[in-house]
Design a protein around this ligand. Structure first.
Ligand code: SF4
Length: 339
């Protein structure tokens, strides 16, 4: 029997007070990952602070500077189908709709999407060691079955991947995460929000103790004309990415004025390559140049046996998604360009 206290927060200030006054408590919004972790006996919060009623964090709004603010408590489905997101940030809409199932997207919050934990099979098996659950205990995935595991940014301690689709688009769009905590408010560039495992794979992100995500800001530029999100997985629905790619371009004719590329399913965090984006600037948008960019992105990639295939798969996905981004209409089923 897991006894726990349940408290409902009325606003952000109240939520911060409650989490800081209830040792080992957890925030709950959609609960789509937290309840799994609890059922698998991997987490035992002493209390649940319900943040489903923070109305100030539930909206999607355009700010004065034309940026768009996604409330952390807004649901993934409401975000994906919101007219501002569909119109100005279709890359984000498409990435969200590639994730999970319709039922889960209806429940899952935007803030919770950023905080979901890896789906490494060993992490979810409390009977085997795992450095992410218990630092220093070992990583059976490195020598075990690692088909879904990372090829970039791994460490001796952990080769897990971050499972989100939404966050891959947010990384490509250069979103900013706004948080509040006992020491006030701060904003974290998306690139700095999630961590590589290093020697502390138990720490997924840079959110401080007692802090809560309040919103996520999108820059004015949404790359609504040339974008694509490609997710490759073992089945077409309700499966995590083996490799996913978010690609966006600003084009002048067929010349790339600016490029964004971020990968999912390959690392402990969304893997954005500034180097590859710089390489593509002022180049022709061709399969050859996308292949060269892919080689830059994957230069340090390393497989661990069962996941060796991901290196080649990622290269092909980057090329194909670059071609698809040139003409988003091509993303309709049956109209995929070959790469
Ligand atoms: Fe644990 Fe990471 Fe190893 Fe998976 S890859 S078993 S999460 S340490």
């Amino acid at each position: 029997m897991n006894n726990f206290e349940y408290k409902q927060a009325g606003n952000t200030k109240n939520a911060i007070e409650l989490i800081n006054n209830t040792p080992d408590a957890a925030f709950v919004a959609g609960g789509t990952n937290l309840i799994d972790l609890w059922k698998y006996d991997l987490t035992h919060p002493s209390g649940l602070i319900d943040i489903n009623h923070l109305n100030e964090n539930a909206e999607i709004t355009t700010l004065k500077d034309k940026k768009v603010r996604l409330g952390a408590a807004a649901r993934n489905a409401d975000t994906a189908y919101h007219p501002i997101i569909e119109g100005r940030y279709p890359l984000l809409s498409k990435a969200i709709l590639a994730g999970a199932s319709a039922q889960i997207r209806n429940m899952a919050s935007n803030g919770g999407n950023l905080l979901q934990r890896t789906r490494c099979y060993y992490f979810y098996d409390a009977d085997v060691p795992c450095n992410k659950r218990e630092p220093g205990s070992g990583c059976p995935a490195k020598e075990g079955y690692n088909r879904i595991h990372a090829i970039l940014g791994t460490s001796e301690e952990c080769i897990a991947v971050f499972p989100s689709d939404m966050c891959i688009a947010l990384a490509a769009l250069e979103a900013v995460v706004n948080v509040s905590g006992p020491n006030g408010d701060r904003s974290i560039p998306f690139e700095d929000f999630h961590r590589l495992p290093g020697d502390r794979p138990d720490i997924d992100n840079t959110l401080g103790k007692g802090e809560i995500i309040t919103s996520i800001d999108l820059p004015e530029e949404g790359f609504s004309e040339h974008y694509s999100y490609l997710k490759l997985r073992d089945r077409h629905s309700y499966a995590f990415a083996l490799v996913s790619v978010a690609t966006a371009f600003k084009l002048n004719g067929n010349v790339i004025e600016s490029a964004r590329i971020a990968l999912g399913g390959v690392s402990h965090k969304p893997w954005r390559s500034i180097e590859a984006e710089a390489f593509l600037k002022d180049k022709e948008a061709t399969a050859e140049n996308f292949a060269a960019a892919a080689d830059l992105i994957l230069r340090g990639a390393k497989g661990f046996g069962s996941n060796d295939f991901k290196i080649q798969l990622a290269k092909k996905a980057i090329i194909r998604n670059g071609l698809m981004a040139l003409n988003p209409e091509s993303q309709l089923p049956g109209a995929l360009p070959s790469a």
